[in-house]
Design a protein around this ligand. Structure first.
Ligand SMILES: [Zn+2]
Length: 425
């Protein structure tokens, strides 16, 4: 990687090769609205899409409209009564207060208009992305509306209702022996870790702020349980981490994970709340530093899924995911944001890359070294495990391949189309 900002060393070789990329987008997704003052804004997905369109990136990939995930798909992970509750939840009519409390649907996770439909769309896109990778129709599958890593089996959490990541990984496991999950959101990827805590077929690696911070889990000592022991990795970080410190850990740890776990597919949750200046975050990563995680994971040439996640300064979320779509395609996007309907958000500089802050980096070299030593030690135990016996592929997870995702021929190669775009609510 060259150019301004941080000059992180790039991975040679495989990085230069082209990848077949598919991208899932539903033009309705930007219209879902969590409510006034709520920091989670699905509008950021539409802003990202508008940038991709104006940068001409849609022409370089297959644009697919997701089929909504039905109850049966959601119930592959979620409890029946929880799915039924989500389906019936409606802001117009009072829900049973006991159920709202039991399923944690309140405050952070409000009932809003067409909530269930929203869940179906973002989960359907992640499951669709998994199917594209399963079929070998794409090397990289992208769903920026997904990555809602906090949702539990029968509980909403941290703005997440349905765990599209778990559903996508379950789909990948139908065709792949080992799936690696990597999470660069500032928050711990608790819902995904918990779902696969006792299996050796899914390894979860989460880089997150730890210590007096939501959701509170993700201690370095949490490493998995039973057959899953050493198959969960937690990288606890402190405020103000910059690109250099982040990659001082990210690259050696991920290189070792790839070497010892040898995944057949990788799911990378690209939560953008780890960027500098995030409304809820406290890290100091640049778009380039965040995108370097995508570039690095792509360089291993293993089927890769890119998902969204957190991200609450929405102009920076759109910048980041546009840049990372470019990374997936092997294109370095121009720094100057082209004129488009949301250009006003990018004032006053109108650039993709924005300066990081001068905040203190509370991660000392000593603390980073301690973390690195400890995690590499855990990984060496996995390495020396005798011939890993993987459990049989689950057979009860099959479901018919109906409602195939449709190639969105209208949007493909049509950079000027703003079909279905609606005014901001
Ligand atoms: Zn987050």
């Amino acid at each position: 990687m060259d150019g301004g900002g941080n000059s992180l060393p790039s991975v040679a070789g495989a990085a230069a090769t082209k990848r077949r990329v598919c991208y899932f987008y539903d033009s309705e997704v930007g219209n879902y609205y969590y409510g006034q003052g709520h920091p989670m804004k699905p509008h950021r997905i539409r802003m990202t899409h508008a940038l991709l369109e104006r940068y001409g990136l849609l022409g370089g990939m297959r644009v697919l409209r997701p089929s909504p995930a039905d109850d049966r798909i959601l119930r592959r992970f979620h409890a029946d009564d929880y799915v039924a509750f989500l389906r019936s939840a409606n802001p117009e009519s009072l829900s049973d207060p006991g159920a709202l409390r039991r399923f944690n649907v309140c405050d952070d996770c409000p009932v809003f208009d067409r909530l269930y439909e929203f869940c179906q769309v973002y989960a359907g896109a992640s499951v669709g992305a998994a199917k594209e990778l399963n079929r070998g129709h794409a090397d990289i599958a992208i769903n920026w509306s997904g990555g809602l890593h906090h949702a539990k089996r029968c509980e909403a959490s941290g703005f997440c209702y349905v765990n599209d990541i778990v559903l996508a990984i379950l789909t990948l496991l139908e065709h792949h022996d080992r799936v690696l999950y990597v999470d660069i959101d500032i928050h711990h990827g608790d819902g995904v870790e918990e779902a696969f805590y006792t299996t050796d077929r899914v390894m979860t690696v989460s880089f997150h702020k730890f210590g007096d911070y939501f959701p509170g889990t993700g201690d370095i000592r949490d490493i998995g349980y039973g057959k899953g022991k050493y198959y969960a990795l937690n990288v606890p970080l402190d405020d103000g981490i910059d690109d250099e410190s982040y990659h001082y850990l990210f690259k050696p740890i991920m290189a070792k994970v790839m070497e010892v776990f040898r995944p057949d597919a990788v799911v990378l949750q690209c939560g953008a709340d780890s960027l500098s200046g995030d409304r809820l975050g406290c890290f100091n990563l640049s778009v380039r530093g965040h995108g370097e995680c995508v570039r690095y994971m792509r360089s291993f040439n293993v089927p890769l899924m890119l998902l969204g996640g957190g991200g609450y300064t929405i102009r920076n979320v759109a910048r980041c995911w546009c840049y990372e779509t470019g990374v997936a395609l092997g294109v370095e996007v121009e720094d100057k944001v082209p004129d488009h309907e949301y250009i006003g958000y990018f004032a006053p500089d109108y650039n993709i890359h924005v300066a990081t802050s001068n905040m203190e980096n509370k991660n000392s070299r000593k603390s980073l070294d301690d973390i690195k030593v400890k995690l590499l030690e855990n990984l060496s135990k996995l390495q020396h495990a005798p011939g890993v016996q993987f459990q049989e592929r689950p057979t009860d997870m099959d479901f018919e391949e109906e409602n195939e995702d449709q190639e969105d021929t209208n949007e493909k190669n049509d950079h000027n189309s703003d079909r279905d775009e609606r005014p901001e609510s």
